[in-house]
Ligand binder design. Structure first.
Ligand code: PLP
Length: 377
């Protein structure tokens, strides 16, 4: 049996999305910047997709910009908010994805702006009281960058509350919504965000396509220069098939959001209960009571002679999971998120992440395998 429990890393593409993408690849090959009929056809599906994405987050279509991935969107928003909007201070959290922290470290290293990382609690949630206190100092033009759901431990932030604080103190608010897009209702107006990002491959769309929401009142300039596509903000011929596929994937995810949430929550609960029975002293990282994403379960296993081999042995058994974090070469590095919540290095931590495609049989198979592997050592 092959089991994919690594859905926070990426997701399989929905068959309907593959179908639509294939149709577009075959039939709509005009360049959307061309004024002839072939180009106009491509432009038409491009703009339809923009409207679909905008509707999904209650934004104006003109505030949606297509990019190659969320990492690109985040880099563009953070760097160019400093360059073009006069941002002098960015307040964020050490538990953000590296797309945010590495960009902020870059900005700080080159003294482009001051970067402040909030304290986090043992669940990895940023200290909003500290945020409030920092915002009382309004001497520097400020942007707050806090993610909606943490990709490693599943803890969520209350965006509505953070958005209301940002509004109260008149600062800009960016949120990395990569892990909650299509899984949680997102409304840019209610949440008071000025910038947010999404990535198709996290919600059963293809890799290599993402988007940025940028509020009209806070337009930044481009990071990539060229033919002035995307109204000058992101040059380069658009990935039409990828963009259409992303819009379709998000539409499907939103249509099935409630049913998927119920299914994934039940899988997670069943997995947790069976694991606690099978392995005494397992520990679950991140918030488990409220404000957590059901598709992510971070498990720390008690110290064990062959604990380090667990992930590899699961892989040999056909089970795909993630360690705390890995760099792009696949080599394990210490997780900055687990370090931020004070997780001990003695514990082997594995992230199991689910999608609605997973089943209870898979849960049972994985728990049985873990039990066997831990016992056999
Ligand atoms: N932010 C979060 C929370 C993520 O989980 C990821 C992907 O792992 C990213 C950003 C980067 O997304 P992309 O792969 O589209 O660059």
């Amino acid at each position: 049996m092959n089991v994919f429990f690594d859905n926070a890393a990426t997701t399989p593409i929905h068959p309907e999305v593959i179908k639509r993408m294939t149709e577009v690849l075959a039939d709509i090959y005009g360049n959307p910047s061309s004024i002839h009929a072939f180009g106009r056809k491509a432009k038409c599906v491009l703009e339809q997709s923009r409207r679909t994405i905008a509707k999904a987050i209650n934004a104006a279509p003109s505030d949606i910009f297509f990019t190659s991935c969320a990492t690109e969107s985040i880099n563009m928003i953070l760097k160019n908010a400093v360059r073009d909007l006069g941002i002098e201070r960015i307040i964020s959290s050490p538990t953000e994805h590296h797309a945010v922290t590495h960009t902020l470290d870059y900005l700080s290293r080159y003294k482009a702006c001051e970067v402040i990382y909030l304290n986090v609690d043992s669940y990895g949630a940023p200290d909003v009281q500290q945020l409030k206190e920092l915002l009382q100092d309004n001497s520097k033009k400020t942007l707050v960058s806090l993610m909606h759901g943490n990709n490693e431990i599943g803890t969520m932030s209350d965006l509505q509350y953070i958005g209301s604080l940002c509004a109260e103190y008149g600062v800009l608010f960016h949120s990395d919504t990569v892990q909650t897009m299509g899984k949680y209702p997102i409304n840019v107006k209610d949440m008071g965000v000025h910038f947010l990002v999404g990535s198709a491959h996290k919600f059963h769309g293809p890799k290599g396509v993402g988007f940025a929401y940028i509020h009209a009142a806070h337009r930044i300039g481009p990071m990539i220069l060229g033919g002035a596509q995307e109204r000058g903000l992101r040059s380069g011929t658009e990935n039409i098939a990828g963009i259409v596929a992303m819009a379709r994937a998000l539409e499907i995810a939103i249509q099935n959001m409630d049913i998927n949430t119920v299914k994934i929550t039940a899988l997670r609960q069943s997995f947790k209960e069976q694991l606690m029975k099978a392995i005494p002293h397992v520990h679950f990282n991140g918030n488990q009571d409220n404000l957590f994403m059901p598709h992510v379960l971070s498990v720390s296993f008690p110290p064990h002679p062959n604990g380090d081999m667990l992930m590899m042995n699961l892989d040999l058994a056909g089970i795909a999971v993630s360690s705390g974090s890995a760099c792009s070469s696949g080599a394990e590095t210490g997780s900055h998120v687990l370090a931020a919540i004070g997780q001990s290095h003695d514990h082997k931590t594995i992230r199991f992440s689910f999608s609605s495609w997973n089943t209870e049989e898979e849960v049972q198979y994985v728990v049985a395998k873990i039990k066997e592997l831990v016992k056999s050592n």
